[in-house]
Design a protein around this ligand. Structure first.
Ligand code: 5GP
Length: 248
C-alpha cells in the first residue's frame, strides 16, 4: 500500500491518500491536546499506544458486526482505514456522570446513570463543540433521520460491547466519544465508526481503585499519561517488546 499525499492533519492524527481512492492511511501522532488545544504537549509513545489500542477495540467491534473504518494496522503508528465522509457530530455515550455532564447538570462525578445516555455535540472548534439536540441535527441536516437512528444504535451497541470488554480488564467504561462516517466504498450508504477508540476518547477508571487511566490524567494534570495508557495496553496484552521501547 503506497502512502501518497497528506489529506488532512488534525490534533492527534494525520490522514494520507493511498493508491486506492476508498482507502486512506491514518497516522497517530504523539501530540496530546486538551481544552480545544489550549493545553498541548508531545508525549513520546502515545501515538504508538493509541494505534495499537484503537486497532484492538475496532477489530473486536468489526468481529461482532459493529462496522468500523479499520481495515488493518500497517506498522507502529499507522493503520489502513476506509475513507469516510465524517458526520460533523461527536457522539458521546455516558454510563457514569463525569466531565462536562457533571459540570452542566451538577451531578456528582461517579454517579451511575439509570441508563446509558447518548448525546450529540456539533464538531466545531470555534464554538467549542456545543451540545446539540436531535431537532437541531434534523434542521441543519447534519444527519438524516435514518442516520440519526443508526447512530443511536451504533453508539449503544458499541457501549454494550466495550463496557463488557473493559470490565474483563478491571476497567470501568465511564463514557466515550465516537465519530461516525459515511463510507465512500458504499457511496455513503453505510455508516462506520471512524476516528479512533482509545484512552484519548474514553474515560476509563480502574474498577477497584477508581484510578483514572485516560486523557483526564493529562487534562487534570493527575500524573503520567504514558504510564496510564501503558497500563491500559498491558491489561489487554498489547505491549510487544517494540512498543515498550518507545514508551518511557
Ligand atoms: P465530556 O463531554 O465529559 O468532556 O467528554 C465525554 C467523553 O467524550 C470523554 O470520554 C471524552 O474523552 C470524550 N470527548 C468529548 N469530546 C472530545 C474531544 O473533542 N476529543 C476527545 N479526544 N475526546 C472527547
Amino acid at each position: 500500500m503506497k502512502k501518497k499525499k497528506k489529506l488532512y492533519e488534525g490534533k492527534a492524527k494525520v490522514l494520507y491518500t493511498t493508491d486506492k481512492a476508498n482507502q486512506v492511511i491514518q497516522h497517530f501522532k504523539d501530540e496530546a491536546t486538551a481544552f480545544n488545544a489550549k493545553k498541548k504537549e508531545v508525549i513520546e509513545g502515545k501515538g504508538v499506544l493509541n494505534n495499537f489500542l484503537s486497532e484492538f477495540f475496532m477489530e473486536k467491534l468489526n468481529n461482532v458486526g459493529i462496522p468500523t473504518h479499520l481495515i488493518k494496522r500497517l506498522n507502529m503508528r499507522e493503520q489502513l482505514i476506509e475513507k469516510c465522509e465524517i458526520i460533523p457530530l461527536e457522539v458521546v455515550v455516558r454510563n457514569i456522570a463525569a466531565g462536562s455532564l457533571s459540570k452542566r447538570l451538577g451531578i456528582e462525578e461517579g454517579t451511575r446513570l439509570p441508563r446509558p445516555l447518548v448525546e450529540f455535540y456539533f464538531k466545531n472548534d470555534e464554538l467549542n463543540d456545543p451540545l446539540v439536540t436531535e431537532n437541531q441535527i434534523a434542521t441543519f441536516e447534519w444527519a438524516s433521520e435514518a442516520e440519526l437512528g443508526e447512530m443511536f444504535e451504533l453508539a449503544l451497541r458499541t457501549n454494550d460491547f466495550l463496557s463488557g470488554l473493559m470490565s474483563g480488564a478491571n476497567l470501568t467504561l465511564v463514557d466515550f466519544k465516537i465519530e461516525i462516517g459515511r463510507a465512500l466504498r458504499y457511496s455513503g450508504d453505510k455508516l462506520l465508526i471512524a476516528d479512533e477508540i482509545s484512552p484519548d476518547t474514553c474515560r476509563l477508571w480502574d474498577t477497584t481503585t477508581k484510578e483514572r487511566l485516560d486523557k483526564d490524567v493529562f487534562r487534570l494534570e493527575q500524573g503520567s499519561l504514558s504510564k496510564a495508557y501503558t497500563e491500559v495496553a498491558s491489561r489487554f496484552d498489547l505491549l510487544p517488546r517494540n512498543v515498550k521501547s518507545v514508551v518511557k
